[in-house]
Write a protein that binds this ligand. Structure first.
Ligand code: FAD
Ligand code: DHB
Length: 395
């Protein structure tokens, strides 16, 4: 058994774990990241693409905003199309003064790993059998790496290991409450080396949702709603483009440049929240504690606000000898989680086709889109939520 010690053990080297680690290092708080996959695998994941302004500001504050500011694409909101001819801007800028930034999670993760390389921080990849111990006392983590067993003693554990990690399951069932909604469809996403549309587009169509997004001037990201049982191999490029273009208004479809896909994957859609987000010295962060369906582009942004709260709480503990923010972490993070969970559920319901949907359901959705087009009050309310719920200022 190889034994070592740190202040904060961070489980998971995705965006949550790596950003938290970087911010803590910058405050002189010692930490170690344990990641199950290889670095190449973490860096190859294609996921989020759209950032709220509070996330943009947090990444700048962490010193990793330069490439994002150079290569990211700033938007006033997201365009929505339905009925073959109607369009509407989910207008964040007019009503809140804020923007969105199109900048891929893959690029953020690269920026984070580069910053860690420069710092020489401790990030261990391909760790196995991670187990968390003594969470309500003096905690420690055990794991194996290259056939060796390790014990990492620590004061606190940040569970940043995503929806399928070990952290959430380390909380006893009798103190944990889970809330879940599984949607009866998925998203098939592709990347193609073609110039994207100028804007991000959500498309509501009686056959199902579609989305046009962007990564850089020669890299496009598109999604179509698909059946839960579909596999990527069921979708040839030809079938994908045909489905996408059929769902778009003809004028928009005419602007799409098609080409071979370089990546194709299916994501199921789910809303999930666990409460509490703290148990003893374990703090859950990001997808380890909550999942939202990707409509609304909130998952990574929510993970980043958790990171912000936990970072400030641990700075309070180690630099100011105060447990106040540590004690408030779960409650404050969950308030924002539920606001965002409700918004993501609402926008998913508005824009998707449900298998049991009736003509009545469809008409009420179209009526809501029309109401959003006609009423500045309704749009103001949407803009406030879509631009990002307030993050309580913890300094
Ligand atoms: P993860 O990214 O899941 O990272 C967790 C890490 O922990 C992984 O590296 C994993 O390998 C590691 N790990 C797991 N188990 C263990 C273990 N036992 N031991 C050690 N390590 C472990 N969000 C947005 O805000 N905007 C968007 O536009 C958006 N679009 C999306 C589109 C799609 C198709 C999908 C699927 C998601 C999208 N999201 C979006 C959501 C976003 O990608 C996630 O919320 C984000 O990845 C969460 O980051 P995380 O670090 O908390 O978790
Ligand atoms: C992406 C963009 C979105 O607006 C969204 O809701 C989900 C994903 C993307 O670019 O991947």
């Amino acid at each position: 058994m190889i034994e070592s010690k740190t202040q904060v053990a961070i489980i998971g080297g995705g965006p949550s774990g790596m950003l938290l680690s970087l911010l803590l290092h910058q405050e002189g708080i010692d930490n170690v990241v344990l990641e199950r996959s290889t670095r190449a695998h973490v860096l190859s994941r294609i996921r989020a693409g759209v950032l709220e302004w509070s996330t943009v500001e947090l990444l700048r504050r962490a010193g990793i905003g330069k490439r994002m500011d150079r290569e990211g694409h700033v938007h006033n909101g997201t365009q929505v199309a339905w009925g073959g001819e109607h369009t509407l801007l989910f207008d964040i800028n007019t009503y809140t003064g804020r923007h969105l930034m199109a900048y891929g999670q893959t690029a953020i993760t690269e920026d984070l790993y580069q910053a860690h390389d420069a710092l020489g921080s401790e990030v261990h990849h391909q760790v196995e059998q991670v187990e968390l111990h003594e969470l309500t006392g003096q905690p420690f983590v055990t794991y194996t790496q290259d056939g060796q067993t390790h014990r990492l003693n620590c004061d606190a554990i940040a569970g940043c290991d995503g929806f399928h990690g070990v952290s959430r399951g380390s909380i006893p069932a009798n103190v944990q409450r889970n809330f879940e909604k599984v949607y009866p469809f998925g998203w098939l996403g592709i990347l193609s080396e073609t110039p994207p549309l100028d804007d991000i587009w959500y498309i509501q169509h009686p056959d199902g949702f579609a989305l046009a997004s962007q990564r850089n001037p020669m890299l496009s990201r598109y999604y179509v709603q698909c059946d839960l049982n579909d596999r990527p191999e069921d979708w040839s490029d030809e079938r994908f483009w045909q489905t996408l273009l059929e769902r778009m208004p003809p004028k928009l479809a005419a602007q799409v440049v098609t080409g071979p896909s370089i990546e194709k994957s299916i994501a199921p859609l789910r809303s999930f929240v666990t409460e509490p987000m703290r148990y003893g010295q374990l703090f859950l962060v990001g997808d380890a504690a909550h999942i939202v369906p990707p409509t609304g582009a909130k998952g990574l942004n929510l993970a980043m606000s958790d990171v912000y709260y936990l970072w400030r709480a641990l700075v309070g503990r180690y630099r100011h000898n105060s447990e106040d923010l540590v004690d408030r972490y779960s409650q404050v993070a969950l308030k924002r989680v539920w606001d965002t969970t409700r918004f993501s559920w609402w926008v998913t319901t508005l824009l998707h086709r449900f298998p049991d949907q009736t003509d009545f359901d469809l008409r009420t959705r179209l009526s809501e889109l029309q109401y959003l087009s006609d009423s500045p009050v309704a749009m103001h309310q949407l803009a406030e939520q879509y631009g990002g719920f307030p993050i309580e200022d913890w300094g």
